[in-house]
Design a protein around this ligand. Structure first.
Ligand code: ZN
Ligand code: ZN
Ligand code: ZN
Length: 315
């Protein structure tokens, strides 16, 4: 992987984690689009994060969907421009005969008093009946027709077409794009797992330059003979390095404490990442192996700093 691609993937994972935090902390149950002429289709809850990291909102949502965080459902289907994908469109109607958009809409009315049939332009005001000649007051609408001013044809169903307000392209219903907009139902019990997955992969990238052998979620035999599960084991260095990452959640304190409890039994260095919000609750824990992280970016930076220290030790 190139340097640039790896940096991009880091950024993406940081952005995904931040988006998840926003969804979790706002207790959002459905991530819904907001659709307007001025903004197009946006997902308000993640619009800022996506912009900040230069990732499209749909990419953020699709990646989170792949992590199992959502159930994706069609929300609305819209016509969009085949050239620029804009949904800012002017609606047009065309003659099926000659293609002209110079149409008038007419109403077919019966005159209640004489039963006479009249065809009127919609805008016309109470003319006289073509049968009895009296003013058309009491009438019943029995249908609508379009009439083409160009070729004179009359028809019930004109052809829909559009003109793009952004790139000005005119196109018809055969050329348009038809775009399904989705909403994303949140699987709340999947958020924590997904957050952990993202943080673990960020930590892995942070430690990548050490060139150690990495195992994800291995069982590690402690000094007591008891096996512990850790999130990452990096071996092949001077001493094995074990890493646990506690994602932010209502269960985080319990997880942090049970992770700290493993340290004395593990034969190697044990690093535990704990959300900064718990700094006061676990401050008195023994050992200097606890690192408090503010967010995914902070966790990545702390792993990189740790890596630099370990590199120096290795020499
Ligand atoms: Zn026509
Ligand atoms: Zn009449
Ligand atoms: Zn366009």
């Amino acid at each position: 992987m190139t340097m640039r691609a790896s940096v991009l993937r880091r950024d993406k994972n940081v952005a995904l984690h931040e988006a998840l935090r926003l969804i979790a902390s706002s207790n959002t149950s459905v991530v819904e689009p907001s659709i307007s002429f001025s903004t197009g289709v946006i997902y308000p809850i993640i619009v800022k994060v996506a912009a900040q990291y230069g990732i499209s909102e749909s990419e953020v949502l699709e990646e989170l969907n792949r992590l199992g965080v959502f159930e994706k459902e069609p929300h609305e289907t819209l016509v969009s421009c085949p050239n620029c994908n804009s949904i800012r469109l002017f609606s047009k109607l065309h003659c099926p005969g000659c293609g002209s958009d110079n149409l008038m809409k007419t109403l077919i009315l019966t005159h209640a008093t004489c039963g006479g049939l009249n065809v009127l332009e919609e805008a016309e005001k109470t003319p006289n009946c073509t049968k009895c000649g009296k003013p058309l007051h009491e009438t019943k609408v029995i249908g609508t027709l379009y009439q083409c001013r160009n070729c004179g044809a009359r028809f019930e169903a004109p052809l829909p077409a559009w003109r793009c307000a952004d790139c000005r392209l005119s196109f018809d219903y055969k050329q348009n794009r038809y775009m399904t907009i989705y909403r994303y139902k949140v699987n709340k019990d999947k958020i924590q797992t997904a957050e952990k997955q993202l943080l673990v992969s960020l930590a892995l990238e942070g430690f990548a330059d050490l060139g150690l052998k990495v195992a994800s979620a291995p069982q590690v035999k402690g000094k007591s003979g008891y096996f512990h599960s850790v999130d990452l084991a990096l071996t092949g260095g001077l001493t094995p390095l074990y890493v646990d990452i506690v994602p932010d959640s209502p269960r985080a304190l319990g997880e942090a404490l049970s992770s700290i409890a493993k340290t004395t039994d593990l034969d190697g260095e044990h690093i535990i990442f704990i959300p900064k919000t718990l700094e006061k609750s676990v401050a008195s824990a023994p050992g200097g192996n606890v690192l408090f992280y503010e967010n995914a970016r902070d966790l990545l930076q702390k792993t990189i700093q740790l890596q630099e220290k370990l590199k120096v030790k290795k020499r």
